[in-house]
Design a protein around this ligand. Structure first.
Ligand code: G
Ligand code: G
Ligand code: MN
Ligand code: NA
Length: 253
């Protein structure tokens, strides 16, 4: 099957979809934002997840278009929700290559203004494990977003070797901790001391800290005690389609 060719037409055929996963405050477990996650509803294969979809998108060169589709669709959905206020954020994942396409900050500004969304409500998440050699260009793009008021987050922070070097160079506002920092059962598990040190460092730099992949009450407690501001994970709320996300947000006002 020619998945590559099929992906190129998927958006036009209405097969692309988003699910949203709430991010909650670890103080009161009230939602503070949502992360948009891409799904491909393939007519024969069922749901294709990003782990399979994104490498195909990169191979056929449509990764940037895909991320732009996600940004626009996520903003469209957000603008239709009555979410308790202007602090409520939307985060989208952006591949470094998309960040590097010309005029990325301008295109973000254009979409935000089309849906009348305050730039402060958008968080652009960049996976730190994907950041390779072109750091100066990524720095420039993130700085452009920041000038707009858009926040930038480093995703999977603490998973790669280069975390500290990235932190010194990239203008970011938020750290999304790699799941292995809280998931003590994982084969890459670290001790709570590592989590404590990473969180302390982030807090001293004035960054907002999200613990993700929280799968149990113990992990929620661990993240809270370490000083993470926010949490995300199956134990708090699962990713859900737009309609169910709206209902969830209505019931948590
Ligand atoms: O959605 P899932 O539940 O499978 O996400 C798996 C990974 O895919 C996550 O690490 C996330 O960062 C990435 N991802 C999900 N949606 C998008 C997207 O729209 N664009 C990019 N670049 N990555 C995404
Ligand atoms: O971009 P990021 O890696 O943060 O994307 C979130 C990914 O993590 C998505 O694939 C989402 O489905 C997944 N996810 C969300 N909550 C949990 C969780 O509690 N445990 C695990 N294993 N995955 C999660
Ligand atoms: Mn993410
Ligand atoms: Na990730």
């Amino acid at each position: 099957m020619d998945l590559e060719r099929e992906l190129l037409g998927a958006a036009d055929r209405g097969e692309l979809d988003l699910v949203f996963q709430p991010v909650v405050s670890l103080r009161d477990e009230q939602p503070v934002g949502v992360e948009a996650l891409l799904r491909w509803r393939h007519p024969k294969l069922g749901t294709v997840l990003p782990a399979e979809l994104l490498p195909i998108a990169r191979a056929v060169g449509c990764a940037a278009e895909l991320d732009e589709w996600v940004l626009e669709e996520a903003c469209r959905r957000l603008s239709g929700w009555s979410t308790g206020g202007n602090d409520f954020w939307l985060s989208v994942n952006v591949a470094p290559r998309e960040l590097l396409t010309a005029r990325f900050p301008e295109r973000v500004a254009e979409i935000l203004s089309r849906y009348d969304i305050a730039p402060e409500r958008l968080v652009v998440e960049v996976q730190e494990t994907w950041i390779a050699e072109d750091v100066p260009a990524i720095v420039a793009s993130l700085a452009g977003l920041r000038t707009l008021g858009v926040r930038a987050g480093l995703d999977d922070f603490g998973a790669g070797q280069a975390s500290l070097a990235h932190l010194r160079r990239l203008p970011v506002d938020m750290l999304k901790l790699d799941q292995t920092l809280v998931n003590q059962r994982s084969e890459h598990a670290t001790t709570p001391a590592v989590l404590d040190v990473v969180v302390s460092l982030g807090r001293r730099l004035g960054l907002e800290i999200v613990a993700k992949g929280l799968e149990s009450q113990d992990q929620i407690e661990l993240a809270r005690r370490a000083g993470c501001h926010y949490g995300q994970g199956f134990a708090l709320a699962r990713p859900a389609p737009a309609e169910r996300t709206e209902a969830y947000l209505e019931s948590h006002r």
